[in-house]
Design a protein around this ligand. Structure first.
Ligand code: GTP
Ligand code: SPV
Ligand code: MN
Length: 599
């Protein structure tokens, strides 16, 4: 056995992988700046990266992926456990031994002609009791540089593993061996075979065939949500698809909220919000934009940590007015994937400015035809930027103890039916609302877009175990003597009959946040409706906006028939979980139907 690292377990793992994938060479990464620079130069030389204009975009690069490899592949994502029932009806299941056997055949010689990188990384601030270690093995230098940004890559991780700390084994192969004299593709991947597999019982991930985002940066969705949610269930904490934000009132009182929205439904935007001018005394700070690891403190309060080190944010729609903090964040040291690039080293995406540049290459690398309505950036084009560059980054974003959470907010993308803002009656009702929420599908996942589907807690693609048990896990906290956060539902995406968004969104969402903040302090009014507490027009601080009472009523309106139908659909949904969902859900449904009918 060859000696790569001191830890016996890890060394054995690396040797086993080398034996199967047969790389040209093995490199152990240290996360250093020089490592980053050298790999970027390598990626420029191989044609994967385009170095952007140095003055306008210092230390920034752009690249285009293969058209077969632009988003997460949910139908190719598997949770492999001994018992099928442990993954529930919302996950693809396979037997671990069978899947590993299948993958071994695919992985055989899959790194021929390539360098195998070993990335020691940490999810969470290194040294915090929240944090967890991982070793990603990959044959993609693009993945290495992105892991530098989105996770904490550091030699300390190897030291900690040596001391006996656990680690998650994350194996990633592009599934594109480079045979003799073959010229490499700009975006090597396997265009036809992709597998994103999780083995929560043994803390392992094997990803094959894709080099993109959550499929390949294994710290993010695979470890940071699927494997960790399984750990969280077993160990009594929560791993959530949530942003974490700080909110401070003009008197300097500060709270933290965690909010779950499905992919490409506004987490990054919300976490970096800049309040409208007239609410100037209010301040938003950013702890995280995508993942929250949440533990109960000994004081009975939930504390949250962002396990990531950077953002992998949606580019389209991001501009100086919708999200100025994101624009500032991505202004340097950023990797752009699938945006448009101009011949003079500038980038562009839909929504960045009104007009595209006169000459621009689209995300497929083709010269954009100004007369065509083809997209210049892919709708799931992303920027990878260090979180520390965000002007609104919270001073406590790397706190070892996490930040105390006083509200959970859940939001979907719903063009009809769902009101702008709703406060749940109590914990169980909030859990029910989160469990039954639905959202229109987006470009973040491969497949049809704009289809309404149930996406409980915005965790449908990310829960590493049976979702019915996940609901019970959440309900369980309500039975304990702890300081339960209030739970809210929001919907920024309701449309009028002409198909236009009714709510202006973005910085205007601050008005809703202010109401939530004051509700928690017992200082804001609400109407007690049959579906929960809702503000009346007068309860929201409108300042000088011209968003009038009619607009508000239309975005808050509850159609009795639609809701009764919705409540019946919830019962259908519960059947899909083989009625293993918490008993409380049936009582809540019954009571909601009763009060709705009585209204
Ligand atoms: P993931 O990284 O995929 O988990 O997504 P995310 O939830 O962080 O999504 P993000 O904030 O990047 O938003 C995705 C899209 O939603 C962008 O195109 C935004 O412009 C749009 N968006 C965000 N907030 C709002 C809002 O308040 N109103 C409207 N209409 N659109 C919004
Ligand atoms: C999401 O799809 O929710 C993302 C992007 O945050 S990815 O990392 O590709 O999963
Ligand atoms: Mn996400």
């Amino acid at each position: 056995m060859k000696h790569f690292v001191d830890n016996h377990n890890l060394n054995e793992y690396i040797n086993d992988v080398v034996e199967i994938v047969n790389p040209d060479q093995v490199v152990i990464c240290d996360g250093s700046e020089s490592e980053y620079k050298n790999l970027c130069t390598k990626l420029v030389n191989s044609g994967t990266f385009i170095a952007l204009d140095k003055d306008k975009w210092p230390n920034c690069y752009a690249c285009n992926s293969d058209p077969s490899d632009v988003a997460r592949v949910e139908d190719r994502t598997f949770i492999c456990t001994t018992n099928k029932d442990d993954v529930g009806p919302t996950n693809n299941w396979e037997d671990p031994a069978k899947m590993k056997h299948q993958l071994s055949a695919l992985l055989k010689d899959s790194m021929t002609g390539r360098t195998m990188y070993i990335i020691p990384f940490c999810m969470g601030p290194i040294g915090s009791s929240f944090s967890k270690y991982g070793i990603q093995i990959t044959d993609s230098p693009y993945v290495v540089v992105n892991m530098h940004i989105t996770t904490r890559v550091h030699p300390t991780v190897l030291k900690k593993i040596n001391e006996g700390y656990e680690f998650v084994k994350c194996l990633h192969s592009l599934g594109a061996p480079l045979l003799d004299k073959q010229v490499d593709k700009k975006w090597p991947c396997n265009p036809t075979v992709k597998y994103i597999c999780h083995f929560p019982e043994t803390n392992e991930i094997i990803s094959y065939g894709s080099g993109y985002g959550g499929n390949a940066l294994l710290g993010k969705k695979c470890f940071g949500l699927r494997i960790s949610s399984y750990m969280a269930y077993k160990q009594g904490w929560l791993s959530e698809h949530m942003l974490i934000m700080g909110i401070e009132n003009p008197q300097g009182e500060k709270k933290y909220f965690a909010a779950a929205f499905p992919s490409a439904c506004g987490k990054t935007n919300f976490s970096m919000l800049i309040p409208p001018k007239e609410l100037d005394g209010w301040k938003i700070t950013t702890v995280g934009d995508d993942i929250a690891w949440i533990k109960l403190g000994s004081d009975g309060v939930f504390y949250a940590v962002n396990p990531e080190n950077g953002f992998f944010g949606v580019a389209p729609g991001t501009n100086e007015s919708t999200n100025p903090n994101a624009i500032a964040t991505l202004s340097a040291n950023t990797i752009f994937t699938n945006v448009g690039v101009t011949p003079d080293g500038d980038v562009w995406w839909e929504g960045l400015t009104k007009q595209p540049p006169s000459i621009v290459y689209n995300w497929k690398g083709e010269l954009h035809d100004t007369n065509s309505d083809q997209k210049i950036a892919h709708p799931n084009a992303r920027f990878s930027s260090p979180a520390i560059q965000c002007p609104s980054i919270d001073p406590n974003w790397e706190s070892f103890e996490g930040v105390p959470i006083s509200a959970f907010i859940f939001g979907g993308r719903r063009s009809a039916s769902i009101p702008l803002i709703l406060e749940s009656f109590n914990w169980n009702h909030g859990v029910y609302n989160a469990a039954t929420m639905a959202s229109e599908t987006t470009a973040a996942a491969f497949g049809e877009q704009g289809v309404v589907r149930r996406d409980p807690f915005a965790m449908l693609p990310f829960c590493g175990y049976n979702m019915a048990n996940y609901f019970k896990h959440w309900i369980g906290f309500g039975e304990r003597k702890i300081k339960l956060p209030k739970i809210y539902n929001v919907n920024w995406f309701r449309k009028d009959s002409a198909g236009k968004f009714i709510w202006p969104g973005f910085s205007e969402n601050m008005r809703i946040l202010k109401w939530i903040f004051q509700r928690i302090n017992g200082k804001a009014n609400a109407l007690n409706t049959s579906i929960g507490y809702m503000p009346s027009y007068e309860d929201i601080d409108w300042g000088t906006t011209n968003f009038n009472k009619d607009d508000f009523n239309s975005i808050m309106s509850i159609n009795k028939d639609e809701w009764l139908n919705e409540l019946n659909l919830h019962l259908e949904l519960f059947k899909k979980y083989n009625n293993q969902i918490p008993d409380e859900f049936y009582d809540i449904n019954f009571n909601l139907q009763k009060s709705m009918k009585a209204d």
